[in-house]
Design a protein around this ligand. Structure first.
Ligand SMILES: Nc1ncnc2c1ncn2[C@@H]1O[C@H](COP(=O)(O)OP(=O)(O)OP(=O)(O)O)[C@@H](O)[C@H]1O
Length: 268
């Protein structure tokens, strides 16, 4: 793999202060195929007819969401991903997490990437408390670890600030409360590569501050953090590098201030 080759070419002196790559995105293209789009010929009879005549579906539309994106992320970096609606940010994160196969190109990762989206799956009919326990176990913590961290996770989420909500089913939570609990569960563990999709936008200011602080800690613990957000201040406060996508293409990749300044100029 590319990472191993790169490291073996370095002299010992270079190695000492070498940056360790954690994610290599190499000319990645992601294409969604949307079936039954457009013409309204989606009936079962029409599908059966196509099967019998061995003809392909006439109405498959291809959405080329990520177009030839290339960059390398290093250990200890927090990278913001910005761009207008539909520019391919979430798609790129899902590809890094291994949830979407690239049509072309490769993603190499060192360690297990964890994607924390606002849609991360928690069980709506179970209580917040049970979800904390199941979430911890699903992330590979032992029962003792989960028990030890339980109160910290609940306190971090702030779910119980206005009453005993943690013992109620998740379906009774507002979307903001649910997103806070998801972030708190995922952030309780040190991740090799943690990807956060808009989680910070959902909490109130106090929760955002706690989350930003936790992201800084996660970086210190030698992981790599990706943060997709429309909130430029959150990105400024947490990331030292920003990747800017537009229409699926990488428009700019560099220090946070430079890229955000260019992006703000572009969006004005
Ligand atoms: N499941 C899907 N099937 C088909 N097309 C999709 C799917 N998900 C996303 N797309 C399309 O891919 C493109 C990129 O979408 P994506 O959600 O990655 O953008 P984004 O930058 O995260 O947007 P936003 O800022 O609005 O969340 C858009 O054109 C979108 O319509």
């Amino acid at each position: 793999m590319a990472v191993a080759e790169q490291q073996s070419l370095e002299t010992p002196a270079q190695k000492a202060d070498a940056r360790v790559p954690t994610v290599i995105v190499d000319d990645v293209h992601i294409v969604y195929k949307v079936y039954g789009a457009g013409t309204g010929k989606g009936s079962a009879t029409a599908a059966l007819g196509r099967l019998l005549l061995r003809r392909g579906s006439p109405n498959v539309r291809r959405v080329h969401a990520v177009k030839g994106v290339t960059f390398t992320a290093y250990r200890g970096e927090a990278i913001g991903i910005i761009g207008s609606n539909g520019s391919g940010k979430s798609t790129l994160l899902r590809a890094i997490a291994g949830l979407l196969p690239p049509e072309r190109g490769r993603v190499y990762t060192d360690g297990q990437p964890s994607l924390l989206g606002v849609n991360a799956a928690l069980m709506n009919d179970l209580t917040g408390a049970t979800n904390v326990i199941l979430g911890g176990l699903a992330m590979g913590m032992s029962r003792e670890e989960v028990r030890g961290r339980y109160q910290g996770i609940v306190d971090f989420s702030g779910i119980n600030e206005k009453g005993d909500f943690i013992s109620l089913p998740m379906r009774t939570y507002s979307s903001g409360m649910a997103a806070r609990l998801r972030f708190s569960i995922a952030a309780a563990k040190n991740h090799d590569v943690l990807m956060i999709d808009e989680a910070l936008a959902t909490g109130d200011r106090a929760f955002q501050r706690r989350s930003e602080e936790r992201i800084r800690e996660l970086r210190k613990e030698a992981g790599t953090v990706f943060l997709v957000s429309h909130n430029n201040n959150s990105i400024r406060d947490t990331c030292d590098r920003v990747v800017w996508l537009e229409k699926g293409e990488l428009l700019m990749d560099g220090p946070t201030d430079e890229v955000i300044k260019a992006y703000e100029k572009h969006t004005k």
